[in-house]
Ligand binder design. Structure first.
Ligand SMILES: NC(=O)c1ccc[n+]([C@@H]2O[C@H](COP(=O)([O-])OP(=O)(O)OC[C@H]3O[C@@H](n4cnc5c(N)ncnc54)[C@H](OP(=O)(O)O)[C@@H]3O)[C@@H](O)[C@H]2O)c1
Length: 193
């Protein structure tokens, strides 16, 4: 999608796609190690200069028992939190509903803590950009069903790409914490409880 719009695209994963040419840079890093985030930015800046658009898609989860949600090792807690809370232009963090709904019975303590931290960071960055009259935009995006329910396992990569394209174009008036629906774009829903 981004290459179709003329962007050069750098991607990061643990497996790495091993495609490297003038317009593509594949980097192999584990984002659960926070210092790797700085290393990734350095590689991209050294190769192409300052990125104008960042999509942070990484997430991690060690499921917890909902009746004993804190029965998780410190190592696993820190690992899952680190991947969600590490990162001028447009910054998009791929979130979910856990910043407003703990979904207590689903064992998502570590994932939800990370997403909530990321949502707070994104809101704070958006407020700071507005206060400084900067043309930077920050979004925490959360795909929902048409009824506003969480997607859970039904998340759709292509729908995310289409919505991110709208955010890059910057024409729609979308808040920092942005719920969206496939083929409909930004859609506001009552807060989940
Ligand atoms: N709105 C919703 O209700 C909803 C529902 C489900 C998911 N989501 C969100 O959508 C996003 C993508 O979910 P998904 O299930 O597609 O994720 P995924 O399959 O686990 O991973 C997506 C990509 O991230 C890379 N990745 C994962 N862990 C990484 C790490 N530690 N370091 C570097 N790269 C890593 C993976 O490549 P490698 O494995 O090669 O590293 C893969 O390319 C997540 O942020 C998730 O929370 C939202």
């Amino acid at each position: 999608m981004l290459q179709g719009k003329g962007y050069r695209v750098a991607s990061v994963s643990r497996s790495g796609a091993q495609i490297n040419d003038q317009n593509t840079l594949s980097l192999t890093y584990d984002l659960s190690t926070p210092t790797n985030v700085s290393a990734v930015f350095k590689k991209v800046r050294d190769a192409w200069g300052e990125p104008s658009m960042i999509v942070y898609n990484g997430a991690a989860l060690h499921p917890t028992n909902y009746k004993t949600p804190f029965d998780v090792s410190l190592e696993h807690f820190e690992q899952d939190l680190a991947i969600s809370s590490s990162a001028t232009g447009t910054f998009v963090f791929v979130g979910n509903c856990l910043n407003e709904a703990p979904l207590a019975d689903k064992g998502l303590l570590t994932l939800g803590t990370g997403k909530s931290a990321a949502a707070f960071l994104v809101s704070s960055a958006a407020n700071a950009a507005a206060a400084n009259e900067k043309d930077s935009r920050f979004y925490y995006i959360d795909q929902r069903t048409e009824q506003g329910d969480p997607m859970l396992k039904g998340v759709d990569g292509a729908a995310h790409a289409e919505f991110i394209e709208e955010l890059i174009d910057g024409k729609a008036n979308v808040p920092a914490l942005a719920t969206f629906v496939k083929d409909q774009g930004y859609k506001s829903f009552p807060r989940l409880t």
